[in-house]
Write a protein that binds this ligand. Structure first.
Ligand code: FAD
Length: 497
């Protein structure tokens, strides 16, 4: 049987893969493409994460796409976002391009054939073996963390614990938390959104964190959107206007966080303190050690977490685990925390190119020795792009920029009758000032720091870097030349084919 071939194969059907499909389908050349995902349907993050309270942390005017108005409250539940993404696929007639239950496990570039040979394993049928497909261009939209395996730290005495373990990324159908002593380990957005929702039914929830997090606070409403709605403004206009406002606001917040970290820190912490009972130890539990610009700031809606703490339903402990015991945890500070259930909201493990094995003509590709071209392509790797979104505002804002860049690149390939494009560094990487893909001096969440030695490198200037500053990249990326000294094109039918 002939191997299935497509001009473009997209890996991943989350926000990034759906954006890629939208752009590919509406391109004037009517591209031949498929989107393949290991899950059993689209949505990526919003399909995988089903824990109670799962919701967006940024408003959906920007987490949503520019082309489909968001008409709900600004911060949406996981299910609402999943519904929105499924509507994008249906409304644009994209469904036939999507294939589920297939994990990319191997990608081999052949210089002589000028194409990728892709090997997939079935995720819904262990006996199905592997399938192969070939592609001219491989577009990785696999996100940034592993969906199949959450981050599971090892602690002493774990095997002695007699209760139940739950990881939010693999939320069970029968969590059975009613009347239980629940220990949530972690301080990030997952813990902060889940805890107020589960607190009602549990006997008690203890949050054990090593270090505190910053919190924004707001109601789940947007005054400008409400005003515009009251004026019968078309949803498309409201979407665009509120989106622009959100982008500007995040620019201001980012500038303040990087230029005036001290006052920003004080402001955020005092807003938290104002919602907690008098005498609460804010210095220990809600005053972070990092700077506000170093990581995403979590959002609390309507003060729900602080209300649960104030009611006495939730206790926060800031300490390190010494050991698990049959009945819970003993901390290094000597506290015994009783637990029937432990929820490990301990974050993610970074996904390095979907954990697939890459090679070029049989030579394995070690992505940590490549340098990224504009945070999208990789030195010496032909016809491969990765959509990595924005970190300082909604992910989707950069996703759309990258999709449009890749479409321009595909048009350039087609228009010049070229079969491949490869970024060539043309200088010795040892002479460059290189950091991990995202410079940890600027942004340092745990999942990036833990895998810093496995990710592609980033230089200190364009085009050899991932640009953390969306506000400058949004003006440069749409018009940068695709014929610079670093992009090497191979013409169809040339001796390299
Ligand atoms: C609980 C939670 C809340 C979040 N809230 C926000 C928010 O409010 N705002 C924000 O900007 N960001 C948020 N994020 C970050 C969020 O992940 C991104 O916003 C966005 O959804 C990522 O989209 P993506 O398509 O790039 O990746 P993902 O959503 O991770 O999707 C990647 C897809 O690729 C598939 N895949 C991976 N490897 C392979 C392979 N080898 N073969 C086949 N398929 C593969 C996966 O199965 C998955 O479906 C949140 C994340 C989480 C976990």
């Amino acid at each position: 049987m002939a191997t299935e071939h497509h001009e473009v194969v997209v890996i991943g059907a989350g926000i990034a893969g759906i954006s890629a499909a939208y752009e590919l389908a509406r391109s004037s050349t009517g591209r031949d493409f498929v989107v393949v995902d290991a899950l059993d349907g689209p949505g990526g993050t919003w399909r995988t994460h089903r824990f109670p309270g799962v919701r967006s942390d940024t408003e959906v005017f920007t987490l949503g796409y520019s082309h489909k108005p968001w008409t709900g409250a600004p911060y949406a539940t996981g299910q609402e976002i999943l519904d929105y993404l499924e509507e994008v696929i249906a409304e644009n007639g994209l469904g036939d391009h999507f294939h589920y239950g297939q994990r990319l496990v191997k990608a081999s570039w052949s210089t002589s054939e000028q194409r990728w040979r892709l090997t997939f394993s079935s995720t819904d049928n262990d006996d199905a073996g592997t399938t192969t497909m070939t592609a001219r261009f491989l577009w990785m939209c696999h996100g940034y963390y592993r969906h199949d395996e959450p981050h599971r730290p090892e602690w002493p005495g774990m095997d002695t614990f007699a209760g139940r373990w739950i990881h939010p990324q693999q939320w069970p159908d029968d969590p059975d938390l009613i009347g239980k002593q629940v220990l949530v380990i972690g301080s990030g957005a997952t813990a902060a959104t889940m805890v107020p929702v589960i607190a009602d039914g549990c006997a008690h929830v203890t949050v054990l964190q090593r270090s505190p997090t910053y919190f924004f606070q707001s109601a789940n409403s947007d005054d400008l959107a409400d005003q515009l709605r009251a004026l019968d403004t078309p949803p498309e206009w409201i979407h665009e206007i509120v989106r622009r406002k959100a982008v500007k606001e995040m620019q201001g917040i980012t500038a303040t966080a990087t230029t005036f970290p001290g006052p920003m820190k004080d402001g955020l912490v005092s807003l938290v303190a104002a919602q907690l009972p008098e005498g609460y130890d804010v210095a220990t539990h809600f005053t972070p050690h990092h700077e506000p610009a170093d990581q995403r700031i979590c959002r609390i809606l309507n003060g729900d977490l602080f209300a649960a703490i104030s009611r006495g339903d939730v206790t926060v402990v800031t300490d390190h685990i010494e050991t698990f015991t049959p009945g819970g945890v003993r901390t290094k500070g000597g506290q015994e925390i009783e637990a029937d259930v432990v929820i490990t909201a301990t974050g993610f493990d970074l996904s390095i190119f979907g954990e697939a094995a890459f090679d070029i003509d049989g030579d394995p590709v070690d992505f940590s020795s490549t340098v990224t071209y504009r945070g999208i392509l990789f030195s010496d790797v032909p016809n491969l792009a990765w959509t990595f979104g924005a970190l300082r505002l909604s992910w989707t804002m950069r996703v759309e920029l990258v999709s449009q860049f890749v479409l321009r690149l595909l048009d350039e390939l087609a228009g010049s009758a070229s079969s491949s494009v490869t970024p060539r560094l043309r200088v010795d990487p040892a002479t460059m000032d290189l950091t991990p893909y995202v410079d940890p001096a600027q942004f340092s969440p745990g999942y990036l720091v833990r895998s810093a030695d496995r990710v592609p490198r980033s230089g200190s200037s364009e085009p050899w870097c991932y640009e953390l500053d969306f506000w400058s990249e949004k003006d440069t990326l749409p018009s940068v030349s695709l014929r610079d000294e670093f992009l090497e094109y191979v013409e169809q039918g040339s001796s390299r084919n």
